[in-house]
Design a protein around this ligand. Structure first.
Ligand code: FAD
Length: 145
């Protein structure tokens, strides 16, 4: 991985039906596809879901991150995709994750609910840096769990 690394952060509105089982199977499908594509494209990152929104960090070579984001933007499983940041970075924040999903474990769900209730978490009100820091903190906890 010798190319410069870029970090892209966005959030979007979930368009997947609220039925829990249907949502879980859709997310599983998205993650499975993401992990195959991202590994191929040297992209790492993390995806977060909360209260009808997705927030995602993608990091990797610029052209590949942009190509993945093009595909993601056209996906009808979400909408109102808002780009928050696209910047060169020194290091990857999620070097071990082709696409980590935050919120999958019970610990994450509890921790995330705490953040939600204390800050009224709404991705549309956070900056790219804030979403990146949040995902990084939660990922560190997930890896330590
Ligand atoms: P194929 O899998 O062959 O799909 C072809 C087309 O069908 C695509 O336009 C795809 O969007 C659409 N499609 C496939 N399955 C469904 C379905 N069940 N419902 C609706 N449309 C469908 N992709 C990545 O590569 N990396 C990521 O990190 C990533 N993150 C994502 C995060 C979110 C929140 C969402 C909603 C999607 C994400 N995706 C990601 C998936 C991405 O939007 C594309 O579906 C995927 O990249 C297409 O892969 P492909 O070119 O191999 O096409």
């Amino acid at each position: 991985m010798t190319d410069s690394i870029y970090r892209l952060v966005y959030y979007s509105r979930n368009h997947i039906a609220s039925d829990e089982a249907l949502f879980a199977s859709n997310v599983e499908e998205i993650l499975a596809k993401s992990r195959v594509n991202n590994e191929r494209d040297e992209i790492t990152g993390a995806l977060l879901f909360n209260a009808g929104c997705f927030a995602q960090v993608l990091e990797g070579p610029l052209e590949r991150v942009e190509a993945a984001f093009e595909r993601i933007q056209q996906d009808e499983r979400h909408g109102d995709v808002s780009l928050l940041a696209l910047d060169p970075v020194q290091h990857r924040s999620f070097p071990n994750w082709a696409m980590g999903f935050i919120g999958a474990s019970e610990i994450q769900a509890i921790r995330f609910a705490e953040i939600g209730s204390s800050s009224g978490f709404d991705p549309s009100r956070l900056s790219g840096d804030e979403i990146h820091s949040l995902l990084k903190d939660l990922a560190i906890e997930e890896e330590a769990a």
